[in-house]
Ligand binder design. Structure first.
Ligand code: NAP
Length: 252
């Protein structure tokens, strides 16, 4: 089968590794292009948007793709909406790998908020040392609470305009471990953490470190992400693809 993987996550890379060993499928991995130097992948890779749902549908048709695997990040909701629309439009199967969210445990002090604006408001009026662990795309929102001292971590540097005035950006790519996260939170005198509920193990250590230090975590809710057939792991996604009957080429 000819497959498209919508990627940019640990799960997409895991699936790419599985598919590299499966000659019966011809798969291409698609990245949004958010990172300048993405990790090397063992299968064909393309980079950049398709031009909305219609552009994706056209691309799938011209590439004679038989099925799509959506392995995008839990907060990347636009590409998933487009995937559902495009696959429905041209009537090909869609399987979505959905990473389960983290669940609060005893000792966690989570404040659940719907979005970044609410997170910025939740920090309050008194200046605090805040760790922003939410990527770079929504750092601008925290300019509305300029009284705080921010430490942000992201893979790529954010665009410099509109950022909060007192912001240090650390560029780093996970996975991160508990000891290092504890050291970071202590060294930077962090008083509160703002996080997405990304799920998975690669970025969970900061949640453990916050728990250990008794720090509050402002947890931004996941968007409502559209999906096809939902699975939780690359292997189950591949099993689901394998049980699909091979399709005849479209238009024949
Ligand atoms: P998005 O808002 O869902 O997508 C925006 C547009 O980017 C899509 O409409 C599509 O453009 C293009 N796109 C996204 N993923 C693509 C893919 N795999 N291949 C080709 N094109 C793709 O996604 P986002 O802007 O990448 O991210 C949204 C949120 O998710 C952000 O908050 C970000 O921090 C978070 N995120 C986190 C990670 C992570 O690993 N930590 C990874 C990705 C995203 P067209 O409409 O032109 O096709």
């Amino acid at each position: 089968m000819r497959l498209l993987i919508l990627g940019g996550t640990t799960e997409a890379s895991g699936l790419a590794r599985l598919l590299a060993d499966v000659p019966r499928h011809d798969a291409v991995l698609s990245l949004a292009g958010r990172t300048a130097a993405p990790r090397a992948q063992p299968i064909k890779t393309r980079v950049g948007g398709f031009g909305g749902a219609d552009g994706l549908a056209q691309w799938l048709t011209s590439e004679r793709i038989d099925a799509v695997i959506d392995a995008t990040h839990p907060y990347a909701d636009e590409i998933s909406r487009n995937a559902v629309a495009a696959c429905t439009q041209i009537r090909i199967p869609l399987v979505s790998i959905v990473r389960p969210p983290w669940q609060a445990q005893a000792g966690d002090r989570w404040e659940n908020v719907p979005d970044a604006v609410s997170a910025a408001r939740t920090l309050g009026t008194t200046p605090r040392h805040v760790f922003l662990s939410l990527g770079r795309q929504e750092l601008n929102v925290f300019a509305m609470a300029p009284q705080h001292h921010y430490l942000a971590r992201s893979v790529e540097a954010p665009s410099p305009s509109g950022l909060p005035p007192d912001l240090i950006v650390v560029q780093a790519r996970g996975p991160f471990d508990r000891t290092a996260e504890l050291a970071l939170l202590k060294r930077e005198k962090i008083e509160i953490v703002v996080s997405k509920n990304s799920g998975g193990s690669a970025t969970y250590a900061k949640i453990e470190a916050a728990r250990e230090l008794g720090l509050p975590v402002v947890m931004m809710a996941r968007p409502d992400k559209q999906a096809g057939h939902v699975v939780t792991s690359p292997q189950v996604a591949l099993d689901w693809i394998d049980q699909l009957a091979p399709r005849s080429p479209r238009g024949v």
